[in-house]
Design a protein around this ligand. Structure first.
Ligand SMILES: CC(C)(COP(=O)(O)OP(=O)(O)OC[C@H]1O[C@@H](n2cnc3c(N)ncnc32)[C@H](O)[C@@H]1OP(=O)(O)O)[C@@H](O)C(=O)NCCC(=O)NCCS
Length: 168
């Protein structure tokens, strides 16, 4: 990750990266003891290029009505500042968290979900090595209904075995 860094938010180690010497201190979200106690090693990571904040990635246990609570599975998500789009950053961070999830957390399956119409997010999932798993109607209750909701949600996923095969 030359010149780039995925830094951990919160107590978990930053996977595959060290904090640059001149880096501003990481900020921590409000403590969520129950999540920390039940899911060590999960959380948010911030991405930087040099000192410039790029965006965040998340790896967390299944939650909510759309995600069956299966041991050994986790959800991957991401959001980047617009000025950093289309430079490969989302894929790079996603790949690193997938590696971290399988190698260091011992997960069996990592999935990501987005609206079916979210082409950039779907392309990022595919670029990170995930494949289409299902289309579904979200059971979440959203305050704002976004255009395209009528097309449903999609889930992409990669298993540990698939990931190991891509690494030869
Ligand atoms: C989705 C998002 C994270 C992608 O970030 P990014 O850094 O631009 O993604 P990358 O540069 O790594 O590109 C990944 C793939 O997506 C494709 N892609 C990115 N933006 C695209 C767009 N607007 N239209 C079509 N494809 C797009 C890239 O071409 C690449 O595919 P390829 O490897 O086949 O060439 C970013 O657009 C974003 O933060 N969007 C708003 C938040 C969001 O939608 N988050 C996901 C919610 S589930």
């Amino acid at each position: 990750m030359a010149g780039r860094c995925l830094g951990g938010l919160g107590p978990q180690p930053a996977p595959g990266c060290t904090k640059p010497a001149n880096h501003p201190p990481y900020t921590c979200p409000a403590p969520r003891p129950s999540r920390k106690e039940t899911a060590p090693g999960f959380g948010f990571w911030m991405g930087f290029t040099g000192d410039d904040f790029v965006g965040w990635w998340i790896l967390r246990p299944p939650h909510g009505p759309d995600q069956p609570k299966i041991e050994g599975e986790a959800e991957l998500g991401y959001r980047l500042l617009r000025r950093h789009w289309r430079q490969g950053y989302a894929t790079e961070g996603a790949r690193e968290l997938i590696r971290y999830g399988f190698e260091e957390l011992g997960l069996n399956r990592i999935f990501a979900q987005t609206m079916a119409v979210n082409t950039p997010s779907r392309a990022t999932m595919a670029s990170a090595g995930m494949t289409f798993a299902r289309t579904f109607s979200s059971a979440e209750e959203y305050e704002v209904v976004l255009p395209g909701t009528e097309h449903g949600e999609v889930e992409y996923a990669i298993t540990r075995r698939q990931w190991q095969e891509t690494r030869g």
